[in-house]
Design a protein around this ligand. Sequence first.
Ligand SMILES: [Cu+2]
Length: 152
Amino acid sequence: MKRFVFTCLTASLSLTALADTVKISDPWARATAPGAPAGGAFMSLTADANMTLIAAESKASKVVELHTMKMENGVMIMRAVPQIDLPKGQTVSLKPGGLHVMLIGLHAPLKAGEKVDMTLRVKDSQGKEQRLPVAAEIRAMKPAAMPAAHMH
Ligand SMILES: [Cu+2]
């Protein structure tokens, strides 16, 4: 009986090791003021193979979108993107002022010290989808790091 259990465990471990996935490091979200309609979440993503982040989901808000932020005519503009490419072995940083996960229609303010649960949906080159759970730590941010558009 003992040997049987051991064999099963080994088999499932090696299956896990074979599947390409995405490593998520330092997931965090920006704390929001009471009544703020939306919040941003950030993290670093490193894929084992060429993969694509196709969506993010969370119960914390009505809608979750993938966004990018760009300087256009001297103003920071945020835009939804359909997907984010995760090239093999390259770390893609979702960070303030750049790519981010946008939580739109927050059900409650994001409070510093708490966590916000999200699920990332990634697709490999064969089109197979994986759902990766993420618990992003909510952190307060200094006003100096606000988008340039707010600092005229
Ligand atoms: Cu955004």
